[in-house]
Design a protein. Structure first.
Length: 291
């Protein structure tokens, strides 16, 4: 199995884990900034421990790379805070959907980062995702907190798109674990001054949830994402990751007893279709290069 196929498989597994992160905004009774702080601390410890135990390199190659890591960490910190804030204001479903405007944003801005051109298939895929996202949104009223949540979610999407593209262009020569270890360290330092006293008084169940969020649902999947971006275009990751809202809905059904309507299911089908197409198209492009 070549590196591209392995990256595609790991991406789909990663998206399942990431689909569960949205639930923690409701399961953990803390602010978005507090959740982000504790999440980054646990993820940072787990990633650096992995690097040490595996005898992998920890230090970066140059001062320039430390600067890149700082920039990526800032983008990720802002992305995580706005991600949880969007779901706390607008609800899990709407917050996740607002975030997933980022595939469209990525497709549109990627030509400024890499020597690629937009083709009509890109437009069709992104329009399909937009329609699917619209169908999943359960509430379209702009007269309450949903409005703020959607706007914050779109801001989170913009931050995430730039972070992924910059990572691929300037940081892909590092392993996924090494790259995310330094980024989560930056996030932990940035979020330390804004941590509240509510963290210390959180219940044991909340701490367990935060531990799971920081390790299984953050350290592992984000290391896999960083690794996959070494072999796949950011656009490919973005469109495959559009399955995350679908997985999030399924997890919400199981854990939060939510009952999505027919429009949500139809939206999920459209999003999945775009993801499958992008996966198949990636195989086709790489096979053509090998011939």
């Amino acid at each position: 199995m070549d590196a591209v196929k392995k990256s595609l498989i790991s991406l789909h597994f990663t998206v399942i884990l990431l689909g569960g992160t949205a639930l923690f905004s409701r399961l953990v009774p803390l602010s978005a900034s507090d959740i982000t702080f504790v999440r980054s601390v646990f993820a940072c410890i787990a990633l650096f421990a992995f690097l040490k135990l595996a005898n992998n390199k920890i230090k970066l190659n140059s001062k320039k790379d430390y600067g890149v890591a700082l920039g990526l960490g800032v983008l990720m910190a802002l992305h995580w805070v706005t991600y949880f804030a969007a779901m706390q204001y607008a609800g899990v479903s709407v917050g996740m959907i607002a975030l997933f405007t980022f595939p469209v944003i990525t497709v549109l801005i990627e030509p400024f980062f890499e020597k690629v051109r937009l083709v009509w298939q890109d437009i069709v895929s992104t329009l399909t995702v937009v329609v699917g996202v619209y169908l999943i949104v359960p509430e379209t009223s702009l007269e309450n907190d949903i409005t703020l949540g959607v706007l914050i979610g779109i801001a989170s999407a913009i931050l995430y798109s730039f972070r992924n593209l910059i990572h691929r262009k300037h940081f892909k020569h590092y392993s996924g674990a090494q790259a995310m270890a330094w980024q989560t360290l930056v996030i932990s330092i940035l979020m330390l001054p804004v941590g509240s006293a509510e963290i210390a008084s959180a219940s044991s169940s909340s701490w367990l949830m935060l531990l799971l969020l920081g390790t299984v649902f953050t350290a592992l999947p984000h290391a896999l994402i960083a690794a996959s971006l070494r072999h796949l275009r950011a656009k490919t990751f973005s469109l495959i990751a559009c399955m995350q809202p679908l997985y999030g809905v399924f997890l919400a059904i199981i854990l939060l007893n939510e009952k999505p309507g027919l429009s949500a299911l139809l939206g999920g089908i459209l999003i999945t279709s775009a993801s499958v197409y992008e996966t198949l198209n990636t195989h086709k492009l790489h096979n053509a290069k090998d011939d």
